[in-house]
Design a protein around this ligand. Structure first.
Ligand code: S3P
Length: 466
């Protein structure tokens, strides 16, 4: 079993690039596979979750060639679109740990004239699928969940679908995307109404691949009988992976970090707003969204953080960052409150319970609610032996906590980080051995000084007491 052994680190002065965005990588290969010809997908995230989607598409008859790869796996793919017509897979499609693969593929398979079985690992087999089964059944697909209580494995019998207008009971970008994919098959307009805005990568990619959609307030519509136009796409870096280093730098007094080529889509940058509210200094250098997704660089200056409340409409925008934001809360002055985040209970693990247990083991006082938690900022953490609970974001959030703790922190069972950020362990070592270097600092600053910050996010005067 792999583990991370972490020691307290000195403030960093560094620059980092993060691997491709997970959500966008899944969607890009799916839409390319549905398209009418060859599409090069560059910047693809070679993580276990995204490779599950690639393997699933290959099992459905899609030819996917590897154009470039690193030691971690393929980063540039040539996907040969099949004009929306896939082949019956010979065997069950194993989605591993990837909820995104399973839910998105349900939408795609709902319109195919064959039956396919979708399976997952122990964690995925416990995750709710009724949220995707219900709307797709309403559109005419037959989906049977053969696990307990509507859980996987799923047997999807696709066929002719009907257009629909579906109001999501739970804010979920995965369910929204599944419905939009299913909406590509029937004649007419299919609309999804979401209670709160969630990540909009599917909509942006559909636009980019010239599929007619519209977006008004919380209604997203797609017109059916459309085939995406084949084209090339570049996936920007994943802000959810960058989040671990952004919080590290923000909470270290005197630290300075530049994150390059990272996705800066407004439906994903809630973490920056939260950290600025907590007192972090962050500048955002946004490039033109040439290919549908804004991206750019971030410059973070560390300092003392103060507590904040994260709740309501902000939650979907920071849903994957809540474990690391809870760690930021533990390092701040005051009590940080997270509410309206019940969804955390049905992620790769129950993230409310996992975060509370691990923070308490590090000496932090934590109150647990059904929909969130209350973290009494300790400023200091003590090293501990912690479980990842088989959840990549718990493993990485607590590795970062270990960088601030007195004594050694050990995170057990860290293989799970392969699902989203295979290079995390290497970067962690780099951060642990980092020293403030005058030279590095000068180079890092001057590289960005030549660019114009399109948005400079700094805390309001007097927000943070020294
Ligand atoms: C994702 C959406 C979110 C997020 C998950 C990835 C996506 O889940 O937590 O890691 O790619 O659409 P929900 O849509 O279930 O909230």
């Amino acid at each position: 079993m792999a583990e991370f052994k972490v020691k307290k680190a000195r403030p960093i002065a560094s620059e980092i690039s993060v691997p491709g965005d997970k959500s966008i990588s899944h969607r890009a290969v799916i839409i390319a596979a549905l398209s009418n010809g060859p599409c090069e997908i560059d910047g693809f995230l070679p993580s276990e979750d995204c490779l599950r989607t690639v393997d699933a598409l290959r099992a459905l008859g899609v030819q996917i060639d590897v154009l470039e790869e690193t030691e971690l796996g393929p980063t540039k793919l040539l996907v040969h679109g099949r004009k929306g017509r896939f082949k019956t897979p010979g065997q069950p499609i194993d989605c591993g740990n990837s909820g995104t693969s399973m839910r998105l593929l349900c939408g795609v398979l709902a319109g195919q004239a064959f039956e396919a079985e979708l399976t997952g690992d122990a964690s995925l087999s416990k995750r709710p699928m009724d949220r995707v089964i219900q709307p797709l059944t309403h559109m005419g697909a037959r989906i049977e969940a053969r696990g307990d209580n509507g859980r996987p494995p799923l047997f999807v019998s696709g066929g002719p679908l009907l257009r629909a207008h579906y109001t999501l009971p739970v804010a979920s970008a995965q369910v929204k995307s599944a419905i939009l994919f299913a909406g590509m098959y029937p004649k007419g307009k299919t609309t999804v109404t979401e209670p709160v805005t969630t990540r909009d990568h599917t909509e942006r990619l559909l636009d980019y691949f010239l599929v007619k959609t519209s977006h008004h307030d919380h209604d997203i519509s797609i017109w059916g009988r459309q085939t995406p136009e084949s084209r090339d796409f570049t996936v920007p870096g994943d802000i959810s992976s960058a989040a671990f280093w952004i919080v590290t730098a923000a909470a270290q007094r005197g630290a300075q970090l530049i994150v390059k080529n990272v996705g800066l889509n407004k439906t994903r940058t809630g973490i920056l707003d939260v950290l600025v509210r907590m007192g972090a200094h962050i500048s955002e250098f946004v490039e033109e969204p040439v290919r549908g997704e804004p991206y750019g660089s971030l410059e973070i200056h560390g300092g003392p953080l103060s507590a904040t409340t994260i709740e309501g409409e902000e939650i979907p925008n920071v849903i994957d960052e809540l474990p690391i934001l809870a760690v930021a809360g533990a390092l701040s002055r005051g009590t940080t409150v997270i509410r309206d985040a019940k969804e955390l209970r049905v992620k790769e693990t129950d993230r409310i319970a996992a975060v509370a247990t691990n923070l308490r083991a590090m000496g932090v006082e934590v109150g647990e609610f059904e929909d969130g938690m209350e973290i009494v900022g300790a400023g200091r953490l003590k090293g501990a032996i912690l479980s990842s609970y088989g959840d990549h974001r718990i493993a990485m959030a607590f590795a970062v906590a270990g960088l601030f703790a007195e004594g050694e922190t050990v995170i057990k069972d860290t293989e799970c980080v392969e699902t989203s950020y295979p290079k995390f362990g290497d970067e962690l070592k780099r951060f642990m051995s980092n020293k403030i270097s005058g030279d590095l600092q000068t180079t890092v600053i001057s590289s960005l000084a030549q660019q114009k910050a399109l948005s400079r996010r700094v805390p309001a005067e007097n927000d943070v007491e020294e």
